[in-house]
Write a protein that binds this ligand. Structure first.
Ligand code: UD1
Ligand code: UDP
Length: 360
């Protein structure tokens, strides 16, 4: 089968790594990188560390407003699809690159397979929610990671072409955790003791585009009796600088504000953290799989299983709630289940694609 994969942002490189490896055992894959993420620490480092095949096309779209960015991607992807004539277009997650890939393909009557289908926060103000809903409705094959995702799709009238294969991020994590523990020296480099620090990430629009929210988060870090390691997304660095919060945070004695780290360092930082304090989608799941309690700086989540099992708590960007969770939140250890699959999602995806015939 000729498959065309569209990626563009950090979590998509991680998600495609195991799937691409599996598909390439028997199929041809052409990779289109939209260029949504482009700085080495948001992009190249993942290709280097995870041995992901180099993109055949890089559209070099870069940063911009949602409409502009999505439109530029759409134009570029359409051209490549016309040239490559794939039998299937594969997209991941919920970014603008995902939506552009799905829309370009379906309009050319090429079936779209969506990995991580059916996730919903039910918050239409999140750009990712719009991207997810539209991508699912444009897709022919929907690879859902959980039963909740399957049910969300059913509620929207999507029942055909839905396969619960588990989460490809679990494949990536299990494939790399031992390699990470051997290769990464991040704990020594940052002089960190195991379980003696809180790992922080924040990049959601609701937190970075709002001074009040970002200030709420910064104040929590400054006032907590904990040590924090904060590999900051470049969007967040720009926002901290714009709001005049950067220097205070950078100079705080209990906060290590660092550049984004590679996946292997990240896995080690996650596994050894006392808590993960984040607004990332992927990191809520990684925290769960690694059995690290997660405090999520959002008011909704798509990964409801982590809440149901008592391993995650939603605190928004409210300083008091964040501080309270850092002091009191304890996970319910006996309710931890294998909620995101068995680490074989990529093989299941390949199997579905090989045993079904899909058309738009
Ligand atoms: C995007 C996704 C989000 C995902 C995140 C993963 C959308 C709408 N959002 O958000 O769902 O969780 O990627 O990290 O697609 N920037 C750089 N260098 C880079 C990339 C970004 O400096 O290599 C800065 C630019 O100032 C840019 C900003 O980050 O304007 C935001 O980048 P963008 O790709 O638009 O959205 P993300 O916040 O990264
Ligand atoms: N990640 C990483 N380095 C970082 C921050 C995140 O390798 O500095 C990884 C993280 O482990 C997870 C993925 O990137 O696998 C999550 O991406 P992100 O938080 O950017 O996006 P989201 O999951 O929220 O869409």
């Amino acid at each position: 089968m000729n498959i065309l994969t569209v990626v563009g942002a950090r979590p998509q490189f991680i998600k495609m790594a195991p799937v691409s490896q599996e598909l390439r055992k028997a199929h041809q894959e052409v990779v289109v990188h939209t260029g949504q993420h482009y700085d080495y620490e948001m992009n190249g480092i993942f290709f280097d560390e995870l041995n992901i095949p180099r993109p055949d096309y890089n559209l070099g779209v870069g940063s911009g407003s949602h409409g502009w960015q999505t439109a530029e991607m759409l134009k570029g992807i359409e051209k490549v699809i016309i040239e490559e004539k794939p039998e299937l277009v594969l997209v991941y997650g919920d970014t603008n690159s995902t939506l552009a890939g799905a829309l370009a393909a379906v309009k050319l009557h090429i079936p779209v397979a969506h990995v991580e289908a059916g996730l919903r926060s039910f918050d239409r103000r999140m750009p990712e929610e719009i991207n997810r809903v539209l991508t699912d409705h444009a897709s022919t094959v929907l690879f859902a990671p959980t039963d909740t995702a399957v049910n969300n799709l059913k509620d929207e009238g999507i029942a055909h072409g839905v396969f619960n294969v588990g989460d490809v991020m679990v494949d990536a994590l299990l494939n790399n955790i031992q390699i990470a523990e051997k290769k990464s020296h991040i704990l020594e480099k940052l002089m960190l003791e195991r379980k003696d620090y809180v790992l922080v990430t924040a990049h959601r629009a609701e937190n970075t585009d709002s001074r009040e929210n970002l200030e709420g988060i910064v104040n929590a870090l400054l006032n907590a009796d904990k040590k924090f390691v904060f590999p900051a997304h470049l969007r967040t660095v720009h926002a901290l600088k714009n709001y005049g919060l950067y220097d205070t945070l950078k100079n705080a004695e209990n906060v290590l504000l660092i550049e984004p780290v590679g996946y292997l360092d990240m896995l080690v930082l996650e596994k050894n953290a006392e808590y993960i304090l984040t607004d990332s989608g992927g990191m809520q799941k990684e925290a769960y799989v690694l059995k690290v309690p997660c405090i999520t700086m959002r008011t909704t989540t798509e990964w409801v299983e982590t809440l149901q099992d008592g391993w995650n708590v939603l605190v928004g960007a409210d300083t008091k709630k964040i501080l309270n969770a850092l002091n009191t939140f304890r996970p319910i250890t006996e309710t931890h289940k294998n909620r995101f699959g068995d680490g074989h999602a990529s093989e299941k995806i390949r199997n579905v694609l090989e045993t079904h015939k899909f058309t738009v």
